[in-house]
Design a protein around this ligand. Structure first.
Ligand SMILES: *[C@@H]1O[C@H](CO)[C@@H](O)[C@H](O)[C@H]1NC(C)=O
Ligand SMILES: *[C@@H]1O[C@H](CO)[C@@H](O)[C@H](O)[C@H]1NC(C)=O
Length: 154
C-alpha cells in the first residue's frame, strides 16, 4: 500500500477532527424546571452548530440522558414551540415516554435515555423560536424540562 498523499492526509485529519468535535460538543440548553429529575445530556441530531437549524420536511432525533428523582408508573412528554413567550403546542408522533426508550415504571435515582423524534412539517413558518420539551411523571411534575433556541428553515 502507498503512503497517503498530503491531500488525503489533510482530508482525513479534517474529517477526523470534525467527527470528534461534532461528537464531543454537547448541546447547550436552558433547564426550565426539572423538579423530579436531573438532565445530563440533551442531544438533538443532526445539529452541527447552535442554534440548531431545523429543515422543513426533516425529522430530528432527540436523546435526553437524565436521572430520575422520583418513581412513576407513567411518563408523558409535552412539547411546545415558544414564540415571543407564547407557548404553542408542538405535535410529536408519540408522547408516551414509556414507549420512548424508557422502561416503566420509572424508578427513583436511575439513569434513563429518552429517545424520540421531532418532525418538522413542511408547512411550518421560517422563524426562530424556542423548543421546550418536558417529560412529566404521574403527578405532572417534570423529570426534565429543557429549552433550546432553533431556527426553522427551508
Ligand atoms: C445533577 O447531576 C450532576 C452530575 O451529573 C451533579 O453534579 C448535580 O449536583 C446534580 N444536580 C442535582 C440538582 O441533583
Ligand atoms: C443516547 O445518548 C446516550 C448518551 O450519549 C448514548 O449512550 C446512547 O447510545 C444514545 N442512544 C441512542 C439510541 O442514540
Amino acid at each position: 500500500m502507498q503512503p497517503p498523499g498530503p491531500l488525503t492526509a489533510a482530508l482525513t485529519l479534517t474529517l477526523t477532527l470534525w467527527a470528534a468535535l461534532g461528537a464531543a460538543e454537547p448541546l447547550r440548553f436552558f433547564d426550565c424546571g426539572s423538579s423530579v429529575g436531573n438532565i445530563s445530556i440533551v442531544d438533538v441530531s443532526p445539529c452541527p452548530s447552535q442554534p440548531c437549524v431545523l429543515h422543513k420536511g426533516q425529522t430530528y432525533k432527540v436523546n435526553v440522558t437524565f436521572t430520575s428523582k422520583a418513581a412513576s408508573q407513567t411518563s408523558k412528554a409535552v412539547v411546545h414551540g415558544v414564540l415571543a413567550k407564547l407557548p404553542i403546542p408542538f405535535p410529536i408522533p408519540n408522547n408516551d415516554g414509556c414507549k420512548s426508550g424508557i422502561v416503566c415504571p420509572i424508578k427513583k435515582d436511575q439513569k434513563y435515555n429518552y429517545i424520540n423524534a421531532l418532525p418538522v412539517k413542511s408547512d411550518y413558518p421560517s422563524i426562530k423560536l424556542l423548543v421546550q420539551w418536558e417529560l412529566k411523571d404521574d403527578a405532572g411534575q417534570d423529570f426534565f424540562c429543557w429549552k433550546i433556541p432553533v431556527r426553522i428553515s427551508d
